[in-house]
Design a protein around this ligand. Structure first.
Ligand SMILES: CC(C)(COP(=O)(O)OP(=O)(O)OC[C@H]1O[C@@H](n2cnc3c(N)ncnc32)[C@H](O)[C@@H]1OP(=O)(O)O)[C@@H](O)C(=O)NCCC(=O)NCCS
Length: 265
């Protein structure tokens, strides 16, 4: 086995490796080289501390990505190539990435795992991770495009550092947004706002505040009035947040949910 890291791989090789380890995953998971580079940049992935292991024939065995923010670390991708699963590689890989995090001086590690991914949940629990909370993901088709009275477009920078009602997941933290994740914001009455990015034909919501289901609905109509979209996406919303309750009550579909798991290092 050859132990390298993502820092040694070209963008094409990195994306091919990432897609390889997610073969047969519960949800389609495929990155272009550009999408993977964006993932690395937005989420503070340290490629030199992100293991990429090959067999003697140069085929990928296993790989993982480590995000680092001060004393906090995050696993932003983890997997074993299909032909090597069930042979103990995931255990070795997890031990390795935990060592990498410790050697950065980190105090904790977190990750998200699909709630139905029983093999991965079992792996993480065995390594000492505990389930911290549930993150829900929502989608709704584009509503009627209409700028409701009292709503306006704003500079997203006005909102990025405002306190959140529920602690955001890693991929929606202010650090991610400051790295350029979002493009636009809309604001409404009583401090309601939505900060989002265009992602293919959809608007992906990163940070938002609403005081009722009606306000959430008005925000989505204002977003739809900005540009023609097929729908709005809200990924990894903490289950305890008011927004999750409004989205669920408002009939948004819920394509998947995840557990946020944590390990004290
Ligand atoms: C989840 C995954 C990483 C496990 O890799 P692996 O190399 O097969 O795992 P290992 O052989 O090292 O097994 C480690 C532990 O994982 C768990 N595990 C692995 N396969 C399992 C299965 N089919 N059912 C239940 N638990 C399983 C067990 O806890 C196992 O420990 P044990 O052997 O002492 O019971 C692998 O299936 C994979 O890459 N899946 C696709 C990508 C993915 O889901 N990544 C996780 C994203 S959060």
């Amino acid at each position: 086995m050859r132990r390298a890291s993502f820092a040694d791989a070209s963008p094409d090789a990195a994306a091919a490796a990432f897609n390889r380890i997610f073969t047969g995953y519960l949800r389609p998971m495929s990155f272009t080289p550009e999408q993977l580079e964006l993932h690395v940049e937005l989420n503070d992935i340290r490629t030199s501390r992100s293991p990429l292991w090959y067999d003697d024939g140069g085929n990928v065995i296993a790989a993982a990505m480590l995000g680092v923010r001060g004393a906090r670390t995050w696993i932003g991708g983890f997997g074993v190539a299909p032909e090597y699963r069930g042979s103990g590689y995931a255990k070795q890989l997890l031990a390795h990435i935990v060592d990498e995090a410790r050697s950065c001086g980190a105090a904790e590690m977190s990750l998200e795992v699909l709630s139905e991914n029983a093999p991965a949940i079992s792996l993480y629990k065995t390594a000492g991770f505990r389930t911290a909370r549930t993150l829900r993901s929502f989608f709704r088709e584009s509503p009627e495009a209409e700028m409701p009275p009292g709503y306006r477009y704003e500079d997203p920078d006005l909102f990025v550092d405002l306190p959140d009602e529920a602690r955001p997941c890693w991929q929606r933290e202010p650090q991610t947004i400051h790295h350029g994740a979002v493009t636009t914001a809309v604001a409404g009455p009583e401090g309601a706002y939505a900060v989002y990015r265009w992602n293919a034909q959809r608007a992906q919501l990163f940070k938002l505040r609403a005081h009722s289901g009606e306000q959430l609905d008005s925000l989505t109509r204002a977003v739809a009035a900005d540009r023609s979209i097929s729908g709005l996406l809200l990924v990894n919303e903490p289950a305890e947040s008011p927004i999750a309750k409004y989205a669920a009550a408002g009939g948004w579909s819920e394509p998947f949910s995840q557990y946020e798991m944590r390990l004290t290092l």
